[in-house]
Design a protein. Sequence first.
Length: 118
Amino acid sequence: MAMSHLVKPLPIEPLQRSKLITQTYHNESLARVNDHEIRMSVMTEQFRWHRHPDSDETFYGIDGELVIDFEDRQLILTPGQMITVPAGTVHRTRPNGARSVNLTFERIDAATKFVGRD
């Protein structure tokens, strides 16, 4: 069987790519894996309180520190650390310092429901 018709994947460098971002908040899809996607989030300000009713959300820190606020506590994610927020859990994210960059893994087209706390 000839393999010439197969897609030849190229590496993605999220950290290098993040250095080109100048917006206060930027979130983009980098790749799709089966029924999930990997997104890169670059932030210099907090994101609103929200939940994802139909998808877990996994965060992986790659630059700076990311604060994840929950209703009863907060967690600081440092580069190289990962955490999964279960579906339906109310949370918000923000940089701890000037800027943070993280990867998120969630179901493609996962719903985001905002919660009126901000």
